[in-house]
Ligand binder design. Structure first.
Ligand code: CUA
Length: 321
């Protein structure tokens, strides 16, 4: 009873669903991983039952010492044959899975680079044109996508539990992951390798769209920013304070490449790599307090600017649809 009481909360508290669960797969690779998990859980449960059963038998049922031959048989079967068979079956299953998770041709290629503490995301179309974005990944459902991973500084790890297993992003090395998203929805990706003080603040939303919607979105993303003519003072504040030295807004004088591309910032779901909802208040706050909100980030805090300047920059960012 006590054992059941201590196990029950674990069973009910485990995250079996939600946008960041490997047990609620939304793609082919994650389904394979989830099946592997349940298979290993069943195998482990089998071994656990056998061991506990043997212990109970030895302690409670078997009062007399068993003979030498029977003892040898028990050790041979329970100690060697059964574990070898169970582990060999799991190994065979794992080996069969490896090519399934690695191979595959994809019509869409997306380069993702890990940087302290954000994601540089570049979509590469079939004709070779590249569209730069950041901190959000959009993919078409039912079509394979090749994700090309590398890092600009330290080792990060790219993990979208609902779509696939994790893969390290290593400076100077390129890793590849093919994803087959199947279920439309919004999921959460994270950095799964400790990479510095703000490692925990390095996440990104993953939006799986119907293919036509994805193509329409990519066409909008490829276009330069449409800044309304009424916001020239706001644009001025953005440029005068040097924001364009680090950030690019395609179609304007801002062409920095150090920080995230901001061309369609207002259309993204989150700010600061999955940290905050993308609201006007949060945009202003992030500009004013970046270093406090995200320790170790390369962007300085602009809290010393006049409130009107901060408002203008936040308004400009909000116009980047
Ligand atoms: Cu990047 Cu942890």
């Amino acid at each position: 009873m006590r054992v059941a009481g201590s196990l029950a909360p674990g069973v009910f508290l485990c995250a079996c669903s939600g946008p960041q669960s490997a047990l609620d797969p939304a793609g082919r690779e994650a389904s394979e991983v989830a099946t592997l998990f349940w298979g290993m859980l069943a195998g482990a449960a089998l071994i656990w039952l056998a061991v506990i059963g043997a212990a109970v038998f030895a302690g409670r049922v078997q009062k007399e010492p068993i003979g030498d031959r029977a003892g040898l048989r028990l050790i041979l079967w329970a100690g060697a044959v059964i574990p070898t068979l169970v582990l060999a079956a799991l190994l065979a299953y794992g080996l069969r899975l490896m090519p399934v998770l690695r191979a595959g041709e994809a019509s869409l290629r997306v380069h993702v680079s890990g940087e302290q503490y954000w994601w540089r995301v570049t979509y590469e179309r079939a004709d070779g044109t590249r569209i730069e974005s950041a901190n959000e990944l959009r993919l078409p459902a039912g079509r394979p996508a090749e994700i090309v991973l590398d890092s600009a500084d330290v080792i990060h790890s790219f993990w979208i539990p609902a779509l696939a297993g994790k893969l390290d992003m290593i400076p100077g090395r390129t890793n590849r992951l093919v994803l087959h998203p199947e279920r439309i929805g919004t999921y959460r990706g994270v950095c799964a390798e400790f990479c510095g003080r703000s490692h925990a603040y390095m996440a990104f939303p993953v939006v799986v769209l119907p293919p036509q919607e994805f193509e329409a979105w990519l066409a909008r993303e490829a276009a330069p920013a449409e800044v309304p003519a009424t916001s020239t003072t706001d644009t001025g504040a953005f440029l005068a304070n040097g924001c364009g030295g680090c950030h690019a807004v395609r179609g304007t004088a801002a062409s920095g490449t150090i920080g995230p591309d901001l061309t369609h910032l207002a259309s993204r779901l989150t700010l600061g790599a999955g940290m905050f909802a993308n609201t006007s208040e949060n945009r202003r706050r992030f500009v004013a307090e970046a270093e406090t909100l995200k320790p170790g980030v390369r962007m300085p805090s602009f809290g010393a600017l006049a409130p009107a300047e901060l408002d203008a920059i936040a308004a400009y960012l909000g116009s980047l649809r």
